[in-house]
Design a protein around this ligand. Structure first.
Ligand SMILES: Cc1ncc(C[n+]2csc(CCOP(=O)(O)OP(=O)(O)O)c2C)c(N)n1
Length: 656
């Protein structure tokens, strides 16, 4: 059965003249034992909520996964798809892509991410099991990880968190082949992985990864463990390839016809390319059918569940927000703000919104990378999640931004949870690879990122984001929200929660800002991404002032200065570029307007703003790094003030 995987991997990579045969050939024995005897899955229902998850963290070995999906009988994974490995539109892209190929649990390729996603999946499983009971939620998360996965820094964050939370249903199978692209691992690494995992609170063992009974024994032990488990499986990369096996030569290129012929002989595999002998295919298909009774039994248990609980489980698994609930909560928060306006930091406004949102939406699981008090992400209703109590909804991720963001992806992929996090905006750089994958996989994860500009003050340029808004706005399918006041903050929270096909970042201030939106306002004005906050007094504006976040108040003050000089200006708040730029042309043009002069104000770099103010527009913001000082002085020092904005507008008006 393992040789079937090896043959398909060799043949598909050869046909594509590109790909990675070494890992599938080396790890074939491990996954054969796992898929034929342990993994709880049913190819007839790839989305069965209580299936075991299998994460191929070493995504370059994608043919391993595609071979398994074909062999075990996932309907869409035909031999034709295997033959079209790495071709446009096939179900067998270079690296596994979630949402593209049924049976692929997460998009992998950037090493280390899959392992960290799996930690999030295992957290989600424990959490939902605590809420809905072991009859409904009781599955394991298996990972196949390579040397590269374990060398990446994110793996340390992931395993430390998993060990701390005692995620006993997480089992990592390490393809311990001692080879990476440059050659023997000894060139660059001498970590004892077993000791490393043990130090992080895992059960860890080392076995021969080509010995089926040793693999089974290790899996049996891992399933009984009260801790997460590492099974370091000694393997030979490219097992079966007579001259290239055991070397980096089989890691990432086609083996060539001669080597494949010799490998077939060595493995005793006489079937032609892409053909699996019927008896072996039948064994594999039987392995794929193994899980059906378990799935049907599970369906029975779900059906027997109390109707309300079942409906809630199904709602959460589908990622559907409770109808009307969100709108009602947002409306109530806005009502309170209309009655008693709050001149508070948007991070505090976010907490104010979250106090209500986290009560109404039990699927929200929050956290912070050790900045809870600064990010204001923990609400009164939230207990802390711990190894002793997985029902908690607030996760102390520790100082592990990258691991946090990747674990959140895993939770979202698992389903049943809307994860949100907390860190400083400047550390979005530490999360970026995971945010990118959330965007690529269209996952609803929400990053609360506070201290969003020089407005954080004394901590200085290391902590002051300058280019981060632009960098995040550059990412496809990510929404970056930068609300200007308490009302916009709750509106942006609503939009982020409703964005069920992509991640969001909420960039929030440390410093207080005035509430600019007064009175009762039922619509969500942020939904268009930008809107006219203050119209020109005499109808025809000579100047349009655009701003986001804390700089909207500066634009509003600048408008008054201009009015005092009989110059008519309007103010447009721009809480979300992506929504604004996606609006129909006419709508966008109407909001941009046709004033003689456009000025944008943002305490960041200009990049991106030209799409709104045009190349001829004037930008008031940052051109380099910030500095350490009280924030009001910094705004003066860098010239981001109402006076400077008004002056910039006047200069342009005179020149026009
Ligand atoms: C973050 C990241 N860096 C680099 C790469 C490129 N890359 C792909 S596989 C690999 C290492 C291969 O070694 P190993 O993980 O041991 O896999 P094996 O050779 O056993 O297949 C590298 C550097 C990547 N995919 N992701």
């Amino acid at each position: 059965m393992a040789n079937a995987i090896r043959a398909l991997a060799m043949d598909a990579v050869e046909q594509a003249k590109s790909g990675h045969p070494g890992l599938p050939m080396g790890a074939a024995d491990i996954v054969t034992v796992l898929f034929s005897r342990y993994l709880k899955f049913d190819p007839a229902d790839p989305a069965w909520p209580d299936r075991d998850r299998f994460v191929l963290s070493a995504g370059h070995g994608s043919m391993l996964l595609y071979a398994l999906l074909y062999l075990t009988g996932y309907q869409k994974m035909t031999i034709g798809e295997i033959k079209r490995f790495r071709q446009l539109g096939s179900l067998t892209p270079g690296h596994p892509e979630y949402g593209h190929t049924p049976g692929v649990e997460t998009t992998t390729g950037p090493l280390g991410q899959g392992l960290a996603n799996a930690v999030g999946m295992a957290i989600a499983e424990r959490h939902l099991a605590a809420l809905f009971g072991g009859d409904i939620v009781d599955h394991s998360t298996y990972v196949l990880a390579s040397d590269g996965d374990l060398m990446e820094g994110i793996s340390q964050e992931a395993i430390a968190l998993a060990g701390h939370l005692k995620l006993r249903k997480l089992i990592v199978l390490f393809d311990d082949n001692g080879i990476s692209i440059d050659g023997p691992l000894a060139l660059a690494d001498s970590v004892d992985q077993v000791q490393r995992f043990e130090a992080a609170g895992w059960a860890a063992t080392r076995i021969d990864g080509h010995d089926a009974s040793a693999i089974a024994a290790a899996l049996d032990a891992a399933k009984k463990s009260d801790r997460p488990s590492l099974i370091a499986c000694r393997t030979i990369i490219g097992f079966g390839a007579p001259t290239k096996g055991g070397t980096e030569k089989c890691h990432g290129s086609a083996l060539g016809a001669d080597e494949i012929a010799a490998a077939r002989q060595k493995l005793g595999w006489s079937a032609p390319a892409f053909e699996i002998p019927p008896a072996i295919l039948a064994q594999w298909r039987a392995a794929g059918e193994r899980g059906r009774p378990a799935r049907l039994a599970w369906q029975g248990r779900l059906a027997a569940l109390d109707a309300t609980k079942r409906a809630e489980f199904e709602r959460r698994t589908r990622g559907k927000l409770a109808p009307q609930k969100l709108a009602a909560v947002v409306g109530a928060v806005k009502q309170k703000l209309a009655e008693a306006p709050k001149d508070i930091a948007t991070r505090a406004a976010s907490e104010f919104a979250l106090e209500a949102l986290t009560v109404a939406l039990p699927e929200m699981v929050g956290g912070s990378a050790d900045l809870t008090g600064s990010n204001n992400t923990r609400t009164k209703s939230m207990k802390v999640m711990s190894a002793a109590d997985y029902s908690g909804r607030f996760i102390h991720y520790g100082v592990r931004e990258h691991g946090m963001a990747a674990a959140m992806n895993g939770m979202a992929l698992h389903g049943g949870i809307i994860p949100y996090s907390g860190t400083f905006l400047v550390f979005s750089d530490y999360c970026r690879p995971a945010i990118r994958l959330a965007a690529l996989m269209r996952q609803r994860v929400i990053h609360v990122m506070t201290h969003d500009s020089i407005g954080l003050g004394e901590d200085g340029p290391t902590h002051q984001p300058v280019e981060h808004l632009a960098a995040l706005r550059a990412m496809p399918n990510l929404k970056v929200f930068r609300p200007c006041d308490a009302v916009e903050t709750v509106e942006c929270w609503q939009l982020a929660l409703e964005s069920n096909s992509g991640p969001s970042v909420l960039a929030l201030t440390r410093q207080n800002v005035p509430q600019l939106r007064k009175g009762v306002d039922n619509g969500n004005r942020c939904a268009r991404g930008a809107y006219e906050l203050i119209a020109a007094e005499d109808g025809a504006a000579a100047v349009s002032l655009f701003a986001s976040g804390s700089e909207v108040a500066i634009a509003v003050a600048a408008q008054k200065l201009l009015a005092a000089r009989k110059i008519s200006a309007r103010v447009v708040s721009v809480p979300c570029f992506e929504l604004f730029l996606a609006a129909p042309d006419a709508e966008r043009a109407a909001i941009i307007g046709n004033a003689k002069v456009n000025v944008a104000v943002e305490a960041g770099i200009r990049q991106g703003w030209d799409a709104i103010i045009g190349a001829a527009g004037t930008f008031v913001g940052m051109t380099g790094f910030g500095a350490s000082a009280p924030y009001k002085e910094l705004y003066q020092h860098f010239g981001i003030t109402p006076e400077k904005v008004a002056e910039a507008a006047l200069v342009r008006l005179r020149a026009s």
